[in-house]
Structures are given as C-alpha cells and as structure tokens.
Design a binder for this molecule. Structure first.
Ligand SMILES: [Zn+2]
Length: 263
C-alpha cells in the first residue's frame, strides 16, 4: 500500500488531534509534522494526536529543523545540530511518529569528509537516542541543491555505517539536481532501494536552475508526478508519499486519487 498525506497540518487545524482528523477525513493516511523552525509541542496534545493517528490509521513522521549542518566548521554548530535531531526525535516519540526527516549537511569547507562527518554525528545521536529509548528512525533526505550533501549513494553509505537510518526520497529534489528523472532512472533508483521497508518519499512540483532546487511548486509543475507514481506503484514498494507542494492537502488528494487508493 502507498500511504499519502500532507507536509504540515491542514489549514485551520485547531490542534494536532484535529489535524490528524482532517487528514483522515480527506481520505489520506499519512501526515508529516513540521518541526522545521523549532521543536515545540504540548506533550499532552501530542499524546492525544498519537492515539487519534493510531485509531485512524494515519502514519505520522516529523521533519527536523532546517538549521542542521553536521559538517559545519564550527564544533558548536555540529553539537547543536545533533541536539536538534535528538529534540526532533523526542518530539517524534511524543507523537508516536516513526521517522525524523533530516537535511543532514552542506559540503561547505570539507566536501570530501562530509559523509564521514555525517556518520560520526549520527552514531552519537543514535547512541543517545537508544539510551533515552527513542524509537524513531532517522530519515536522510535526498537534497535538491548541488552544494548540499544528500545524494542517494551518499545516503546509502551512511545507512551501511549507522543502524536506524533510512533514505527519504524527495523526487522533486532528484529532478532539480539532475539528470532529469525518467521512467528508466526511476526504475533503477527504486530497484536500488527495494530492500528499504516502507520507503518514505516527498513529492511536489519544483523550480530549479543549474545549481539545483529553487523552490517547491504545485504538483505537476517541473516534474511529471504521474510518471513518479507509476514507477512507485509498478515497483511494488511499500511507500509513503508526503506531499510538499505549495498546496499539500489538495495535491495529496490528487496523488491519492491518481493511485486509486481509498482508505
Ligand atoms: Zn526536507
């Protein structure tokens, strides 16, 4: 089954629980909670949303803050970045979210050792998370800007070194970074990831330049979402598709209808 849902609470949500209800009422089955600027939540309301999501069959994930850079030249920033991931993992635990999506690093001053730095930091994060019994897996997102760490081979390298790490396939970012996606490239990619249990994906339209991603757009703009969804369905992969377009609720419903899946 391919689960689909929005990035962020639906507009007009009065509480996290209400957001989960709105997602469910729209026939959707996933929701990514946005901790992208800060990790703020009321533990009681998070617990309520956790129950609502469980009962309603809505799979929750969270997106960690954008400020993370595990390859910063500043040890202080690296330490803070590790702390942001842990805080997002504590938030994920409160909501019962299974994954924390992370933008791990920029190439910056030391592109060559970037993957190594990501591995070192995530090992520390994983150890601390285990000692606090935080269950969420760390999802490393494929990034759309060429100056930013996060290609599929780089992410696979980290997965080999650190337990509890999974890829997050952002199709719009892959398109922006190039070469452009086509059916064959998608098939190769999904084959390479066929062992990943429940592949977590992001999908949106995209505007990009030679340097890669510029901004997310409505579904269908800059990337043929039908081609992506066909490839995903044909691969038989158990997946979650989080819609990160500029209208996540509407476009998530377009995805669901295209897949012909009602829950
Ligand atoms: Zn992201």
């Amino acid at each position: 089954m391919i689960r689909t849902g929005p990035a962020g609470y639906p507009e007009g949500s009065r509480s996290p629980t209400d957001a989960v209800r709105k997602v469910r009422a729209a026939g959707l089955s996933a929701l990514e909670i946005q901790f992208v600027r800060n990790v703020l939540y009321d533990p009681i309301k998070a617990g309520e949303a956790r129950l609502e999501a469980k009962e309603g069959g809505v799979l929750l994930s969270v997106h960690a803050p954008y400020y993370i850079n595990l390859n910063s030249s500043s040890p202080g920033t690296r330490e803070k970045s590790e702390e942001w991931i842990l805080r997002a993992m504590r938030g994920a635990e409160a909501f019962g979210a299974w994954m924390v999506v992370v933008h791990a690093a920029t190439y910056g001053y030391d592109a060559e050792r970037c993957t190594e730095k990501v591995v070192d930091s995530l090992r520390k994060v994983r150890d601390r998370a285990d000692s606090e019994s935080l269950n969420a897996v760390i999802g490393l997102e494929t990034m759309g800007k060429k100056a930013v760490w996060g290609t599929v081979p780089e992410i696979l390298e980290v997965m080999e070194e650190v337990p509890g790490v999974r890829p997050v396939v952002d199709f719009a970012h892959l398109q922006a970074r190039g070469p452009p996606l086509n059916a064959e490239r998608l098939q190769v990619l999904l084959n390479a990831l066929s062992n990943v249990p429940r592949l977590h994906c992001h999908l949106s339209g995209i505007e990009f330049t030679a340097a890669g991603e510029r901004k997310h757009l409505r579904l269908g703009e800059g990337l043929d979402h039908r081609m992506v969804l066909d490839a995903l369905r044909d691969s038989g992969t158990e997946a979650t598709v989080i819609c990160e377009s500029t209208s996540p609720m509407e476009d998530a419903q377009i995805i669901r209808r295209y897949l012909g899946q009602d829950i």
